[in-house]
Ligand binder design. Structure first.
Ligand SMILES: [Mn+2]
Length: 660
């Protein structure tokens, strides 16, 4: 029986023989029944492992939303200290729901299990696998002030007004700005897109820039991805131009006294759409504006604009602003990826050409290929390069801007790398001293990059991390936290106590400025308020979803898993464990040998599987792979189907390993 070794086991017992599609996937009932061997110590279904809530297994949650994940449970394969120092735990579905999904939808059992482990119920499974806007796009009118905003925009269109779009220097801000400029341009308005300079103007609307836009003839200013907290600056336009805010930042108080503030995170907005990025809010505004114009008969003699063509922008912003890829966001990203694949936006096509990206676009393309390059200029160079790339319809300019952004992105990487080494070493010392919060700073560290470095430190030490650059006696910094530890509240407390000059944020991320002399006091306050973080394990738990054998790691299984894509925040790519794999060959490949390519085999021999480890300069994980056949390893990683030269093969992308 060929599939007796090509099995898939998961940490919840399924009744053998009841799952559909197992044979097609090479998942044998035998393999599932063999669970007791594969995962000793797993509780039978229905018996909750003790103390899950008390232990707070939130550490491995990839959702980044701060809430513990109820599907994370018992230790996996007894791995308590992997080669990267992590504990492995199962992500456990409820058997009844996973089987229900598989049977109702006629999908492979593994798909049912992965969906159930993500909290998807039987009712929601179809919309998850086939997320259409028809089913999932909410009525824009659910958002407070939407009808007022749409009516004002429709008026601007009918009167052919000049409309300024005031954006932000990050990807969401650039995309939201491009979306509104595209829409209003297509409807016949003259538009003035504007992005503030990070270094000289800072985040959000400022009176001088707004007045300059009015002076250039704008009778309406639309602020996107900013403006909710800018009442004072917006008041400068009183009597000079109308203002609309399309934003998603959490409001601390009442909205500014302007025509309309469309923001699902306004205190008085009851839409429940709190997880939309600003570009998605702008898209809903576009839908509402076109609807208002349609009702007024505006399209009797002219074609409606193609709103679907704007979805590449919404997808890019949703992924880069780290919104969870569930619900309507999933529909927006899936449809947006199709639009991106048509390469009609020549700026993005040019950027894909510069990096020679020929694969079908994925969430990875958005978050790791396009996003960082569009962002790079906002971080360390001319802020509006990204927006100009998104808006240009001149192929020569697109190629020029794309090449420039690629260069700026490499400069950003160099700036980052030079800070990273010093920052990591300082963080290492603090972690060893038992600090709950790691706060490191350096003279001249670039304020556009400190957030990225804080994120890396947080990942490495599983602690809240703050990184600040000091210039002229002023420290400007950014912090990232781990689930369950509210950094934003602590930063707010530091501002209220007078230690910080400015400061605010969310549970998971915050920004601040203070006099350099107060850094120590700030660190002390953070350590005190967030003392609970000192008790966290030194590396976040790794959530794994099942064991597969090397022979069971097939293209078919990879394609079944891929039905859950796009992966990202709120929908982590499934991690599987290849149990007791032997490394036959392992070589350093790629630029500077930062990648390890290995060929591995199961215990019984047979077909080899290609496995890759990225960012593998040093460490116990890289050493263990390069030592080859020494001892069998449990390998944790992602299984993907890779297309190369017309043939499709499975590949395993290693995240972690443990000595078996
Ligand atoms: Mn945003």
């Amino acid at each position: 029986m060929a599939d007796a070794v090509g099995n898939t086991t998961v940490p919840t017992l399924a009744a053998p023989g009841t799952a559909s599609g197992e044979a097609a996937l090479g998942i044998s009932a035998l393999g599932i029944a063999a669970l007791g061997i594969a995962a000793p110590g797993i509780a039978p279904p229905g018996i909750a492992p003790p103390g899950i809530a008390a232990l707070g297994f939130a550490g491995a949650s990839a959702a980044g939303l701060g809430a513990p994940d109820p599907h994370l449970g018992t230790p996996a394969l007894n791995v308590t200290n992997s080669l990267t120092g992590r504990r492995w735990i199962w992500r456990e579905p409820e058997a009844r729901i996973s089987l229900g999904i598989a049977q109702r939808l006629g999908v492979p059992d593994i798909v049912g299990r992965l969906l159930a482990a993500r909290g998807i119920g039987i009712e929601g499974a179809n919309d998850f696998l086939d997320p259409t806007l028809r089913a999932l796009l909410p009525d824009p009118s659910l958002l407070i002030d939407m009808e007022v905003a749409a009516a004002r925009l429709a008026d601007a269109v009918r009167r052919g007004e000049t409309v300024a779009v005031f954006g932000d220097y990050d990807v969401d801000g650039a995309c939201a700005g491009a979306l509104m400029a595209n829409l209003l341009g297509a409807l016949g308005c003259t538009t003035i897109p504007y992005v503030p300079d990070r270094a000289t103007e800072g985040y959000g609307p400022n009176a001088a820039a707004l007045l300059a836009l009015a002076a250039r003839g704008a009778s309406l200013v639309v602020c996107v991805d900013c403006g909710t907290a800018a009442a004072a600056a917006l008041a400068a336009l009183d009597g000079k131009a109308d203002v609309l805010v399309l934003d998603h930042h959490k409001a601390e108080g009442p909205p500014p006294a302007i025509l309309a503030t469309v923001n699902p995170n306004r205190l008085d907005c009851t839409s429940g759409l709190t997880l939309l990025c600003a570009t998605a809010v702008a898209f809903l505004t576009a839908v509402a504006t076109v609807r208002a114009l349609r009702r007024a008969g505006f399209f009797a003699a002219r074609a409606e604009p193609d709103l679907m063509a704007l979805l590449d922008l919404v997808a890019l912003a949703t992924v880069c602003d780290v919104m969870p890829l569930t619900g309507v966001n999933r529909a927006l990203v899936c449809q947006g990826l199709k639009v991106l694949g048509r390469r009609n936006r020549i700026g993005l096509a040019a950027l894909l050409d510069v990096v020679q990206s020929r694969d079908k676009p994925s969430a990875f393309t958005l978050g790791y290929v396009l996003g960082p390059r569009i962002n790079a200029a906002g971080r360390i160079s001319q802020a509006d390069l990204g927006l100009r790339l998104l808006l240009t319809d001149d192929p020569a300019e697109a190629a020029r801007l794309a090449a420039r952004l690629d260069v700026v992105n490499r400069q950003r990487q160099e700036v980052e790398a030079s800070m990273m080494e010093t920052a990591m070493a300082a963080a290492e010392r603090q972690a060893a001293q038992g600090h709950a919060v790691l706060l490191v700073h350096g003279d001249g560290w670039h304020p556009g990059v400190v957030g990225i470095v804080a994120g890396r430190i947080k990942e490495r030490f599983n602690r809240p991390a703050c990184v600040a650059g000091v210039a002229d006696g002023v420290a400007k910094g950014s912090g990232r936290s781990v689930p369950g530890i509210d950094l934003g509240a602590a930063v707010l407390a530091a501002r209220q106590s007078g230690i910080l000059t400015t400061g605010g944020g969310h549970p998971m991320a915050a920004g601040f400025t203070l006099g350099a002399g107060r850094l120590e006091a700030f660190h002390e306050l953070l350590n005190e308020r967030l003392a609970a973080a000192a008790l966290l394990p030194s590396a976040a738990d790794l959530a794994v979803e099942g064991v597969i054998s090397v022979l069971g790691a097939t293209t078919e299984l990879a394609q079944a898993v891929a039905r859950l894509a796009p992966f990202g925040a709120g929908n982590a790519e499934p991690l599987f464990v290849l149990q007791r794999a032997r490394v036959l060959r392992a070589d350093r490949v790629g630029r500077e040998g930062g990648t390890i390519r290995a060929f591995i085999e199961g215990e019984g021999g047979g077909r080899r599987l290609k496995a890759m480890l990225f960012r593998a300069r040093e460490g116990a994980l890289a050493d263990a792979l390069l030592a080859r056949n020494a001892v069998p390893l449990h390998l944790a990683g992602h299984l993907r189907a890779e297309e190369w030269n017309g043939s499709v093969n499975p590949g395993f992308f290693i995240t972690d390993a443990a000595v078996a």
